[in-house]
Ligand binder design. Structure first.
Ligand code: VGL
Ligand code: ZN
Length: 207
């Protein structure tokens, strides 16, 4: 696949809490790093996202009495999965994984920083309407197509890819650079959404 100077690689949430030993460890979470480094060599532009929650965030099960992680609640803006406390602002768990070396990244986009709303997508908070600013940034920079990798395939990478296409940025997910949480069929559901929206999934971007 041809990569051009108008393409951007968005590397999503490769942070300690998603990796082995972390608060919300994803199976093989750290295995995304080598494929991401391989892919990143091809891109002129790299953006990182960082899930970045205040203590007591809405998405933390500990905030809701009687609720456990991986259950769902209803909120004014729809369903919300509950998670163990994770990516708390300023804690080591919220740092990028120490093996991730993407010092060329041009932007670190933090999301989920408002206490009463989550943000799976790098483009919109979970009300699906409040922008994070990433679309404006990409447009002003003349970046037209979005490649995505990181954590997690079935949540933040997936929602970001869907929103990218909605906003008019063709989206390509690099599958070998992602790992999934896989909660209640979330992988199959996300892949169905990809098909509907026209999100492309490639195993890798070849050299
Ligand atoms: C994510 C669950 C909670 C993600 C972030 O980055 O996919 N998932 N917070
Ligand atoms: Zn989160």
């Amino acid at each position: 696949m041809e990569i051009t100077p108008e393409d951007v690689l968005v590397v999503t949430d490769v942070q300690n809490d998603f990796c082995p030993g972390g608060a919300l460890a994803v199976r093989h979470g750290n295995r995304v790093i080598a494929p991401i480094h391989r892919a990143a060599r091809r891109f002129d532009h790299v953006v990182l996202t960082q899930d970045w929650h205040p203590p007591g965030h809405l998405s933390f099960a500990t905030r809701h009495s009687g609720k456990k992680p991986f259950e769902t609640i209803e909120t004014p803006h729809g369903h919300q999965e509950l998670w163990p406390d994770h990516f708390v602002q300023g804690t080591p768990g919220a740092d990028f994984h120490p093996s991730l070396h993407l010092s060329q990244a041009e932007l670190i986009l933090r999301k989920g920083h408002r206490i009463d709303i989550d943000s799976y997508s790098a483009f919109f908070e979970n009300d699906r309407t409040t922008p994070t600013g990433l679309a404006g940034y990409l447009r002003e920079r003349g970046l037209k197509r979005v490649f995505l990798a990181g954590l997690t395939y079935d949540f933040c990478v997936g929602y970001s890819a869907l929103d990218a296409t909605k906003l008019g940025f063709p989206a390509v997910v690099i599958r070998e650079g992602c790992q999934a949480i896989d909660l209640n069929g979330s992988v199959e559901k996300m892949e169905e959404e990809f098909r509907r929206a026209g999100v492309m999934v490639v195993e890798r971007v070849e050299d």
